[in-house]
Design a protein around this ligand. Structure first.
Ligand code: CP
Ligand code: NVA
Length: 290
């Protein structure tokens, strides 16, 4: 059966832990696996990316495979070829297909028609590859995920949802503080509040993401107003558990959702988190293609 990673909930909790163990091993020895030897992996970007593109391209190369990056305009999809036919053709040449796009429905349709694994490189609804790297980073910082709590403060978006859904698989408690109108939906198990202090109480990590996600540009001003009280700064981090770390999926807007002091200071694991994308995704590709 073809395995996909569209939301992360396709994985079992034990599988996530095994994947994180594998990611740690690949971080220690990046060139130790030839799992993609002689295989090509399509990476379709309908939206911009820095980390996701770089980490997948470098990671696939390290696994002995060839990444094939396709921007929207590169495919006949942009001239009306159907998603299904695109999936059928990609499946004849590629060993797996990664997609970054807006609509989750497009990714789902592609996965239905593809006969090779399809993985989500960010949609409006989900960012599971990010969540895997986030959990890897937490485990590095605290040794184990047991008993950990993460507080996400800001827009209830794709990153928040994946953190809540994938965190739940491994028993990590996720609290999300957002202003009214920006509340996280479709993430059963997450603790939702409008109060950042309540979310952050007892948390081992406090997580920020941009206030204006890709596709939300038209409502940017309203978002900046509503989200201003949800900035991640030292004072908010002080309300978390002692030794709590700051996380951010990046790209950052220092002075908006996070202060420059935290972003570049000693209380964060943000840059390790960005590196861990590559290691976690290599483990994910090994699992999907096993
Ligand atoms: N965090 C993340 O996905 O970054 P990019 O948009 O740069 O890929
Ligand atoms: N929530 C952000 C994440 C960027 C990596 C977005 O969707 O633009």
């Amino acid at each position: 059966m073809t395995r996909h990673l569209l939301t992360g909930t396709e994985l079992g909790g034990d599988e996530v832990i095994t994947l994180l163990d594998r990611a740690d091993a690949l971080k220690a020895a990046p060139m130790s696996s030839r799992a993609l030897e002689g295989r090509s992996v399509a990476l379709i970007f309908e939206r911009p990316s820095t980390r996701t593109r770089l980490s997948f391209e470098a990671g696939i190369f390290e696994l002995g495979g060839q990444p094939v990056v396709l921007r929207s305009d590169d495919l006949q999809l942009s001239r009306g070829e159907s998603v299904g036919d695109t999936a059928r053709i990609l499946s004849r040449h590629m060993s797996a297909i990664g997609v970054r796009t807006g609509p989750d429905a497009l990714l789902q349709e592609l996965a239905r028609e593809a006969t090779v694994p399809v993985f989500n490189m960010l949609t409006a609804g989900h960012h599971p590859c990010q969540a895997l790297a986030d959990l890897m980073t937490l485990r590095e910082a605290f040794g184990s995920l047991e008993g950990l709590k993460i507080a996400y403060v800001g827009d209830g978006n794709n990153v928040a949802r994946s953190l809540a859904l994938v965190g739940a698989l491994v028993g990590v408690e996720v609290a999300v503080a957002s202003p009214e109108g920006y509340t996280l939906t479709d993430a059963p198990g997450a603790l939702l509040t409008t109060d950042p202090a309540e979310a952050v109480a007892g948390a081992h990590a406090v997580y920020a993401d941009v206030w204006v996600s890709m596709g939300d540009e038209e409502t940017a001003d309203a978002r900046r107003d509503a989200l201003a009280p949800y900035r991640l700064d030292d004072a908010l981090l002080d309300l978390a558990a002692p030794g709590a770390i700051a996380l951010h999926c990046l790209p950052a807007h220092p002075g908006e959702e996070i202060t420059a002091k935290l972003l570049y200071g000693s209380r964060q694991r943000i840059w390790d988190q960005a590196e861990n994308r590559r290691h976690a995704q290599k483990a994910m590709l090994e699992l999907l293609l096993a």
